[in-house]
Design a protein around this ligand. Structure first.
Ligand SMILES: Nc1ncnc2c1ncn2[C@@H]1O[C@H](COP(=O)(O)OP(=O)(O)OP(=O)(O)O)[C@@H](O)[C@H]1O
Length: 252
């Protein structure tokens, strides 16, 4: 039995008067891939963003309930949100490298955390690019602008940039939806490797993708988690009729 990384208890989330998440209870296990699926607007992105407090800046957003990471309530007063985001990295739907060199993209996080030594930075850059399965493709052009490579390569640069901060968790919000099938395949392969070292949480619209790469799947509908179980069970023998309807394409 894996350790629990995130424990979510009675979580409600509001944008002003609108309740986007309703009474979510979930344990997210360490070093497994957990996928969130469900129709558009059901709260998947909202939920994944609560895990590293990305909505802190949304003035009209409100969180009720508990989310703990390694046993500590991340919404507790005094919990350091910057430290949280170092521990819990995020990759978005559209690759968003900084308009800087590939090297500087990866070195950015470590530099802001005070690492200045060139040898140490070189090592972090190489290790992060290797871990994101893109070192061989870019090792001879680290000075090249990271926006001037393919979308699939840019997304792996963004994954490397997240890895360079030495995180424990990687959140990915539809990381392949803007990519072609070959780049998607590479990222999927990479995700399966990353779980040896990291806890991975992924939002995906692609049910085949969830079935291929995740160990656990949560099915969301109108702000609720309808079913959360082993991916194999969700896709072969779901307990709830609504999950069955969704995965067999009867709605959504
Ligand atoms: N910043 C915001 N302000 C107000 N309402 C929002 C905001 N972001 C999302 N919502 C609403 O919250 C609900 C959940 O949205 P969310 O983006 O979490 O869904 P989703 O399942 O990720 O959708 P999709 O698959 O289309 O990305 C939707 O009704 C959406 O319109």
């Amino acid at each position: 039995m894996a350790n629990t990384k995130f424990k979510i208890k009675d979580l409600d989330f509001y944008y002003g008067d609108f309740q986007a998440l309703k009474n979510i209870n979930m344990d997210i296990e360490e070093k497994v891939v957990t996928a969130f699926i469900g129709p558009s607007g059901c709260g998947k992105s909202t939920f994944i963003k609560t895990l590293n407090r990305m909505q802190d800046l949304v003035s009209y957003a409100r969180v009720d309930g508990l989310i703990s990471l390694d046993g500590q309530n991340i919404y507790e007063k005094g919990y350091d949100a910057n430290l949280l985001r170092k521990k819990v990295g995020m990759v978005f739907q559209h690759p968003n490298p900084f308009p800087k060199s590939i090297y500087d993209n990866i070195a950015y996080g470590p530099r802001t955390h005070g690492i200045k030594d060139k040898t140490q930075l070189d090592q972090i850059v190489e290790e992060s690019l290797r871990a994101a399965a893109i070192w061989d493709e870019v090792k001879d052009k680290l000075d090249k602008n990271a926006t001037a490579i393919s979308g699939g390569q840019q997304q792996r640069i963004c994954i490397a940039r997240a890895i360079a901060n030495d995180p424990e968790v990687l959140l990915m919000d539809e990381p392949t939806s803007a990519l072609d099938p070959i780049s998607t395949g590479k990222i999927e392969e990479l995700i399966s490797e990353l779980k040896e070292k990291y806890t991975v949480v992924i939002v995906t619209h692609n049910m085949q993708q969830a079935a291929r790469i995740s160990d656990k799947t949560a099915f969301f509908l109108t702000g609720e988690v309808i079913e959360f179980d082993d991916t194999e069970k969700i896709f072969s023998n779901p307990s709830d009729q609504r999950t069955d309807d969704y995965i067999s394409g009867r709605f959504g």
